[in-house]
Write a protein that binds this ligand. Structure first.
Ligand code: CA
Ligand code: CA
Length: 158
């Protein structure tokens, strides 16, 4: 490789690597597995202190561009189920979408009697793996924001 090409490559890697390194990772080796949303890569959200939340923290979505993302490495194939715990104050700020890899996203929110506390969302997201491997979990807003997301819990069903 000549000097100029090497320089271009170094500059290119300098642009790419920080973005890749920013996405957090976790290992799924025991279940139920809890991953705090404050440990996700975040855009359009801020970490807040909340004594009611797992690890004493949660993430408040600030706009329609909110995105929280993490890559989870699964050691075994199988059927799994992801539950998001959220604290919402009302029905006009509670909706959140969960997207697992390229699967259709799941739109969900807590029951109304769960407003004001960290509560499990109604719909869970399935994770079906034919082989061990990495799965990307995305949380994002579309038409509502302003709720706090505490953690995801992944159960192994079979
Ligand atoms: Ca709503
Ligand atoms: Ca938390």
């Amino acid at each position: 490789m000549n000097h100029k090409r090497r320089l271009v490559l170094i500059l290119f890697m300098g642009l790419i690597l920080p973005a890749r390194a920013a996405v957090q990772t976790a290992t799924a080796d025991r279940f139920p597995l809890t991953i705090e949303v404050e440990d996700f890569w975040l855009r359009g959200g801020k970490v807040i202190n909340d004594r009611d939340a797992g690890n004493g923290k949660a993430v408040l979505s600030l706009n329609f561009d909110f995105n929280a993302r993490i890559v989870v490495a699964f050691k075994e194939a199988g059927r799994y189920q992801l539950t998001l715990y959220e604290k919402a104050e009302n029905g006009s700020s509670d909706s959140i979408h969960i997207k697992i890899d390229n699967d259709p996203d799941v739109r969900t929110y807590p029951d109304a009697d769960g407003y004001g506390v960290c509560a499990p969302c109604r719909r869970t997201a399935p994770i079906n793996l034919k082989a061990p491997g990495e799965v990307t979990i995305n949380l994002f807003t579309t038409n509502e924001y302003g709720a706090c997301y505490d953690k995801v819990v992944i159960d192994k069903l079979e």
